[in-house]
Design a protein around this ligand. Structure first.
Ligand code: 26R
Length: 794
């Protein structure tokens, strides 16, 4: 049991009241929901301090190796509920608030999401932080304290409109500002003599710390986010002369560095500001790491034994050259020692093989913004080419571009992919040449998600069934879920799993009716696709199927349809036109379908705006069918797919990313597989006119496309989707047409299976039982053993 359990409700009530009074300055009768949330958050935070200090002490005492996870994104979402649960305080807080006539649910809802990330990569970083704390792996997350996280999505006439997000317009109760932890970050300027950098621009990076508490409050690590501050406040002379705006310019310029998160998860945006952000994070983190190392040790040769740095994709890949620079220019090491030490500390995770998402920077920009680093990169490249005698296309710098994937690979001890298939494809395709040169470097660490947030916190109904059935303790030993398999023939257990799902579906229906004014039939299949909007994820395939279903129901409403609720959620990068067209089509289709009296309750389409972590926590527990339908070979792993499986949803999916391993773990007969394999996809692309051929072979798809061009979903603007339909006939870059019939056939199997409720509950049970492998605890143990060489300190 945990240390916090003996905290009585009365003791907690006193703490909360004290914060209300002395921190918030509010008298209870006048306290708003915000005041209560702040008081509760501070009170809960107070209880993390002790394990947080203790963790630091133990790490110093053990002289152990620390892990540093460098990421431009941390998609943490809300913090309060998670912290309360990990500390075992949920019931106590609930009791106290009830006594005060305040609803805990409302308090939790009042917290804005910390949306410091775009999607999978950022949420993975957040799950990893929680697992590293749960496993008592001494670790720091390093990121940027964006003033504005991912944009807020609104729909106007079905179209996505982006609004700035403003999570920091109120005090953030989970952070500790550290004005003393401050580093100078330099840019531009020139090199004196051979290589003495004389920068012309500087900003300060200031640390803001958040404790991240693990399961049962036994350990807490730190997420250290850097905020940019000006090195000169303002030009007083200019101010006094009356030019107030110009006087504040340097300050404004510095702060833009940590102002906004780049909302791109599609293309290398090539913006100078983005490069500066990447360097800002990397340099601040490395200066901090070296300062901490020097406070305990004095010989840099030991650095690789004390420090493991993980680069989350290539975004912090300047860590190689920056570490070399710091060791040489600031600490006097020679080139060979500096490079050897840097290589010994660094590791790189690749999260995508899509060519448009592989970062490159022009040598011109790199040389202008970071002249010393450009010089170091050239030197690393020269040695890499000389040592390996590699072909020209394996160089870091080619055609005046710096290839960050190659730089990261060359400067890492270990390079990992995020699912078995993705790692194989890395070795066979994008990284095959480098893998040949450095054959021991690439390894796999299949992603995972934290079951604390994604099962225990978000799905209390199912969690209770699990504890009642297999006993307590599965939260930190998720492989134990396999014990459920012995209950497969126990009708009571199957019913309980079904009842938990129904409970969650009813809760979601209430939310949908409050928020969206739409009634959802709880007897329908809740069919959910939530993720970033991207052509390769093929939301379009799902809409096409929806259109077909609508039309088929209309032509024969009495055919005994299994009712469906199609739920979509996700944001498109603001400049991604094709993805925005798909958003608009989904909303247009929803409009027609939901107002069709012939179809009624048999089909509904819902697309709540502004999908985020909190919305995922609400949707996933209520899902029957998880849509994981990317073109095989394109989705590196997926992590939403794992959350759904844990929550007893069945997957309809392709053999892509971690779907392959999910299917292995839950059993092929409990998974709705369709579509081409990655190898078949590769061959299919070689066939000229593949889309046209597939469409001509599929009368159903022809009908669907015909309905769209006829303007059935845009009667006021019949040409709206001409471009989309034309692209489907003539380009279809992600093979929607080629997989359509296969998808349709398997969707029909889903309808049949769902009609037998008890059978479906059995399939759900097997999915939950097979999901234990997808805990991020398993993943982190893999990193600790195979990449970081670190040990748990509990
Ligand atoms: C270069 C830049 C604009 C950029 C490119 C790509 C920025 C961000 C991305 C996001 C990518 C790397 C991402 O989120 N990848 C996802 O990582 C998840 C965690 O490993 C995987 O589950 C998921 O399949 C993958 O798409």
């Amino acid at each position: 049991m945990n240390a916090m359990n003996d905290l009585s409700a009365e003791a907690l009530r006193i703490r909360i009241t004290q914060h209300l009074t002395y921190t918030l300055g509010k008298d209870k009768p006048h306290a708003s929901l915000y005041d209560w949330r702040m008081a509760v958050s501070y009170s809960v935070r107070d209880l993390i301090i002790e394990p947080w200090f203790a963790a630091t002490r133990k790490t110093y005492e053990a002289q152990g190796k620390r892990v540093y996870y460098l990421s431009l994104e941390f998609l943490i979402g809300r913090i309060l509920g998670d912290a309360m649960m990990n500390l075992g305080l949920f019931e106590t807080v609930q009791d106290v608030l009830e006594g005060e006539g305040v609803s805990l649910a409302d308090v939790i809802e009042d917290e804005p999401d910390a949306a410091l990330g775009n999607g999978g990569l950022g949420r993975l970083a957040a799950c990893f932080l929680e697992s590293m704390s749960t496993l008592a792996c001494p670790a720091y997350g390093y990121g940027i304290r964006y003033e504005h996280g991912l944009f807020r999505q609104l729909f106007e006439s079905g179209r996505q409109v982006e609004h700035p997000e403003d999570w920091l317009n109120q005090p953030h109760p989970w952070e500790f500002e550290r004005p003393e932890a401050r580093y100078t970050i330099s840019f531009k300027g020139h090199l004196d003599g051979q290589s003495v950098w004389q920068p012309s621009e500087t900003v300060y990076a200031r640390a803001y710390d958040m404790p991240v508490v693990g399961w049962q409050g036994k350990w807490a690590n730190t997420l250290r986010l850097w905020g940019a501050h000006p090195t000169e406040l303002f030009d007083l002379e200019q101010f006094n002369s009356g030019d107030h705006t110009a006087a504040a310019a340097p300050e404004a310029l510095a702060r833009t560095l940590s102002r906004v998160l780049y909302p791109e998860d599609t293309t290398d945006s090539g913006k100078e500001l983005r490069l500066k952000q990447e360097y800002f994070l990397t340099s601040a983190a490395l200066q901090d790491i070296l300062r901490r190392f020097l406070s305990e040790y004095d010989d840099f040769a030991q650095l690789p034994d004390k420090v493991a740095i993980q680069m989350n994709d290539t975004h912090p890949a300047l860590a190689g050259p920056e570490l070399i620079r710091l060791l040489m220019d600031e600490h006097g090491l020679d080139w060979n020692a500096a490079k050897r030490i840097a290589l010994g500390c660094l590791n790189y995770t690749n999260h995508t093989l899509l060519p448009e998402a592989l970062e490159t920077w022009s040598t011109w920009l790199m040389g202008r913004v970071l002249p010393r680093h450009m010089q170091i990169i050239e030197q690393i490249d020269q040695e890499h080419r000389a040592a390996t005698k590699c072909a020209a296309d394996l160089a870091i710098v080619k055609h005046d571009q710096v290839h960050m994937g190659t730089l990261a690979f060359v400067m890492a001890s270990h390079v990992n992919g995020v699912s078995a298939l993705h790692t194989d494809l890395m070795k066979e395709t994008v990284f095959s040449g480098l893998h040949g040169l450095y054959p021991a470097r690439v390894l796999n660490q299949t992603n995972g998600v934290t079951p604390r947030r994604w099962l225990r916190l978000s799905n209390p109904a199912l969690s209770k069934v699990l504890t009642d059935t297999i006993g307590a303790g599965w939260e930190s030993d998720l492989a134990r879920l396999s014990e459920l398999n012995t209950f497969e023939d126990d009708r009571a257990v199957r019913d309980a799993i079904g009842a938990a799902k129904r409970h969650n579906k009813l809760a979601l229906s209430n939310w949908a009716s409050d928020r969206l004014g739409i009634t959802l039939n709880p007897d329908a299949v809740f069919d959910v696709q939530i993720k970033r909007m991207h052509e390769y994820k093929r939301q379009l395939l799902n809409v096409f199927e929806t259109i077909h279903r609508w039309s088929a129901i209309r032509s024969n409403p009495e055919a005994g349809w299994t009712p469906r609720v199609k739920i979509f959620g996700g944001k498109a990068a603001p400049g991604y036109f094709a993805a925005k067209e798909i958003i608009r089509l989904i909303n247009d289709v929803a409009n027609v379908v939901n107002n069709d009296p012939v179809v009624g309750d048999l089909l509904k389409v819902v697309y709540p705006a502004n999908y985020n972590v909190s919305m995922a926590e609400r949707l996933i527990p209520a899902t029957d069918l998880s849509e994981q339908i990317s073109t095989a070979g394109k989705e590196a792993s997926g992590t939403g797919n794992m959350k759904f499986t844990m929550n007893g949803a069945l997957t309809i999916g392709t053999l892509d990313g971690a779907n392959v391993e999910i299917r292995e773990q839950v059993g092929a007969e409990n998974f709705f597989l369709f579509g081409m394999t990655a190898a078949e996809v590769r061959d299919r692309y070689l066939i000229e006119g593949h889309a046209r051929t597939a469409i001509l072979d599929s009368p159903t798809l022809q009908d669907v496309l015909q309905m769209i061009v006829e303007g059935r979903f845009s009667p006021e603007d019949t040409d709206r989707y001409n471009g989309l339909v034309d692209a489907t006939w003539n380009h279809d870059p992600f093979l929607v047409a080629s997989d359509f019939d296969s998808y349709l056939a398997v969707q029909a199997e889903v309808d049949l299976a769902f009609a037998d409720e008890d059978h479906w509950n059995r399939l759900a049970l097997r999915n939950i039982a097979g999901s234990g492998y997808f805990s991020s605890d398993r993943t982190i143990k893999g990193y600790m053993a195979d990449i970081w060489d670190t040990r748990s300190l509990l």
